[in-house]
Design a protein around this ligand. Structure first.
Ligand code: PA5
Length: 448
């Protein structure tokens, strides 16, 4: 089996190879800090050896629970936000048919829908309408068990499910994934008698896709979670501290992006030329945004889908402020084959493409874009995935996680906390008059 691959050659006109390789000692030190658990946030390193420590029994339990939901439900709603949602959506959107919801007859898998990732009243209304008369189930995911968005969605959908099938049957269609002991969701799940899975204490939300947080809903959607984990295991080995800097793609990525940052490139744009990878970028944005954006520091993680966004953001990328660099996820081989047909009249002038695969056109667009952007002053890093499969997505997840840990330490921040996420919550609770927020409530209202 091949590995995903990182190429940084097209960054060298902007930072030199020597500069990047001069980071070897620092990157190795940060790697050692991670592995020895001596750095900031060292109580959140459970993800480091997570892939290789998942047992067959754990996977079987997840698959068995998924099977119960699959056998009972036409639709399963995965409730969660941030790290409790994005990894699942990244895998499911990449692996399942883009028009999945239209395939109503002869379905092999339940439709996976999402809730609790916003506070949209219309969204919840429409979701609740679509669930009427359907056999549905719920996977409620919250590490803290206290996050408002998923708790609100769960309260509404739990009632709808209980009203539809009765409290007793609802119990068999609800699974909770949360902390082993703490949080409102743990209390609720224990009292109601739901099947539960535990998110380990030492795995932060954005690093939790390979725990039941991601694995259960992904299995429900019919994606092979064993392949996903196997890919991550292989990347755990490929980026281990025993692998020298020059061959270690996690260290190299961490080093080059930190050098680019020091040279004034403050924004990293993750680009894909494969629209099904859109949510991989959303997952990546949380991983790097929450891990590095603190203490007035950190590369801003942005993302575009190409060629789609070349027709909206292309101008900015080509000629806007030169503070950006790009990381392109390139897929070597699509899973399907579509050839451009010949047209006798050739009124669209496209006969020069007749007989070529659509992917060949896409690849030339990718190459043309890379060169145009480099010429326009945008350093380019390229990650090649041999194909979009659970195995390579597993590799990609672990690669980005490992590089993120090293990169955060190279930047000099604690990559495993997210203190800034609390600020809006405090204000929101004060504005909503939550008990316990009386003082904040008075203070904030005086500012309105
Ligand atoms: O990275 C994190 O820990 C957070 O951003 C969480 O992913 C997000 O807030 C969801 O939290 P929870 O799973 O506790 O509901």
């Amino acid at each position: 089996m091949e590995n995903i691959h990182l190429n940084i050659e097209k960054a060298f006109g902007f930072v030199s190879k020597e500069q990047v390789y001069a980071q070897e000692t620092k990157a190795n030190e940060c790697m050692a800090t991670l592995h020895q658990g001596t750095g900031a946030g060292n109580d959140f390193l459970g993800w480091l050896h997570l892939p290789s420590s998942i047992t067959d029994a754990e996977l079987t339990e997840i698959e068995n629970t998924a099977e119960v939901l699959r056998s009972k439900c036409e639709i399963v709603v995965a409730i969660g936000i941030g790290g409790s949602y994005l990894g699942t959506r990244a895998v499911v959107e990449a692996m399942n048919n883009s028009f999945d919801w239209l395939h109503t007859a002869d379905r092999k898998n339940p439709i996976l829908l999402y809730a609790g990732h916003n506070i949209g009243e219309d969204y919840l209304y429409e979701l609740s309408e679509v669930l009427k008369g359907k056999q549905f189930g719920i996977i409620n995911i919250s590490k803290s068990g206290t996050t408002t968005e998923p708790a609100l969605a769960f309260r509404i959908l739990k009632k709808q499910l209980e009203d539809a099938v009765g409290k007793e049957e609802a119990k068999h269609r609800i699974v909770a994934i949360t902390d082993a002991k703490k949080g409102a969701l743990r209390t609720l799940a224990d009292q109601e008698g739901y099947k539960t899975f535990v998110i380990p204490d030492n795995v932060g939300g954005r690093f939790s896709v390979l725990t039941p947080v991601g694995l259960l809903p992904i299995a429900v959607a019919g994606v092979n979670i064993r392949e996903l984990v196997a890919g991550a295991v292989s990347m755990e080995k490929a980026t281990d501290e025993s692998v020298p800097f020059a061959e270690n793609m996690a260290s190299i990525y961490a080093a080059v992006r930190n050098e680019l940052y020091k040279s004034g490139k403050k924004i990293e744009i993750l680009c894909n030329f494969h629209p099904k990878l859109h949510y991989i970028a959303e997952w990546w944005k949380q991983l790097y945004g929450e891990s590095e954006g603190k203490e007035g520091k950190g590369i801003f993680p942005a993302a575009v889908d190409l060629t789609t966004d070349l027709h909206s953001m292309g101008q900015w990328i080509q000629e806007g402020e030169r503070t950006i660099f790009e990381t392109v996820i390139s897929v070597a081989n699509p899973n399907h084959n579509v050839t451009v047909p010949t047209d006798e009249a050739n009124l669209d002038g496209l006969n020069f493409l007749a007989g070529k695969r659509v992917d060949e056109v896409n690849k030339m667009a990718e190459l043309g874009t890379q060169l145009a952007h480099v010429d326009g002053g945008v350093p380019n890093l390229k990650i090649t995935m041999p194909a979009v499969t659970p195995y390579y997505i597993g590799q990609l997840f672990y690669f980005f996680e490992k590089a993120c840990g090293i990169s955060g330490y190279m930047l000099g921040v604690n990559p495993f906390n997210q203190p800034g996420v609390e600020a809006y919550k405090k204000n929101m609770f004060a504005l909503l008059n939550k008990p316990g927020y009386e003082k904040e409530s008075e203070a904030i209202k005086s500012r309105l």
